[in-house]
Write a protein that binds this ligand. Structure first.
Ligand code: OGA
Ligand code: MN
Length: 210
C-alpha cells in the first residue's frame, strides 16, 4: 500500500476544521484508507493477544484507578517507531493538528493516543475528556477499526452537544469522530462484539510557569 500523505490544507482536513468551528464536532466516515484501517486493527489485536493492553484507569496521575462501572476498555498508549501502521496514523494526525492550528489558532503542540479494545458488554459512562486539574486536552479524535459493524452490534459513541439533540456515531472501520474535548459530554454504549479504536487528544501547552 502507498503511504498516506496528507497536507494540512487537504480539503478533508479543512472540512473538519470548518465543522469544529461551526458546531464543535465533525464526523468523517471515510477518513482512513481501508488498508491502513485493516493494518491498525491487526496491530491492535496482536498487542491484545500479547497481553500489552491493560484495563484503562479513570482520573489522572496518582488519583487514577480502574473502575469497570465507569469504563471497561483495555488500552495501550502509542509510541512512535513501534509499527509502520501506527507511524502512518501519527503522521495523518499530525497533518490534522497543523490544520487545526492554522484554522482555529489553538496552539496544539502535541498528540497523545492509545489503542482501545472494549470486550463485549464493556462501556464508558458519560464523561468529558478534560480533567478538572489539567486543561491541556483541546480536541479529541477517535478512529474506529471495526470490520462490518452493524447498528445492532451496539457500541455507538453517543454525543450530547450543548443546546442540540444527542446523536450517535457508529464505530465503523475508517470513521473519524472529532470534537472539542472540554465541551462535548459523550459515552460509549455496550456492544455485542469486540470494539476496537484509536483514541487521541491534541493538547496545548499547559499553564504551568516553565
Ligand atoms: C474515550 C472515549 C470514545 C469512543 O476514550 O475517552 O470517549 O468512541 N472514547 O471510543
Ligand atoms: Mn471520552
Amino acid at each position: 500500500m502507498r503511504a498516506m500523505h496528507l497536507s494540512p490544507d487537504d480539503a478533508l482536513l479543512m472540512q473538519i476544521v470548518d465543522d469544529l468551528a461551526e458546531r464543535g464536532w465533525s464526523q468523517q466516515n471515510l477518513f482512513l484508507p481501508e488498508a491502513l484501517t485493516r493494518k491498525l486493527a491487526l496491530e491492535c489485536r496482536k498487542r491484545a493477544a500479547e497481553g500489552e493492553l491493560a484495563p484503562a484507569g479513570v482520573g489522572r496521575g496518582a488519583a487514577q484507578e480502574v473502575r469497570e462501572g465507569i469504563r471497561g476498555d483495555h488500552i495501550q498508549w502509542l509510541e512512535p517507531a513501534q509499527a509502520e501502521s501506527c507511524d502512518e496514523y501519527l503522521a495523518v494526525m499530525d497533518a490534522l493538528r497543523q490544520a487545526l492550528n492554522r484554522g482555529l489558532f489553538l496552539g496544539l503542540e502535541d498528540f497523545e493516543s492509545h489503542f482501545a479494545l472494549y470486550p463485549p458488554g464493556a462501556f464508558y459512562r458519560r464523561h468529558v475528556d478534560r480533567f478538572r486539574d489539567d486543561d491541556k486536552r483541546m480536541v479529541s479524535a477517535v478512529i474506529y477499526l471495526n470490520d462490518a459493524w452493524l447498528p445492532e452490534h451496539g457500541g455507538q459513541l453517543r454525543m450530547f452537544p450543548k443546546g442540540g439533540d444527542p446523536f450517535d456515531v457508529q464505530p465503523v472501520g475508517g470513521c473519524l469522530a472529532v470534537f472539542l474535548s472540554g465541551d462535548m459530554p459523550h459515552e460509549v454504549l455496550p456492544a455485542t462484539r469486540e470494539r476496537l479504536s484509536l483514541t487521541g487528544w491534541f493538547r496545548r501547552r499547559g499553564s504551568e510557569p516553565f
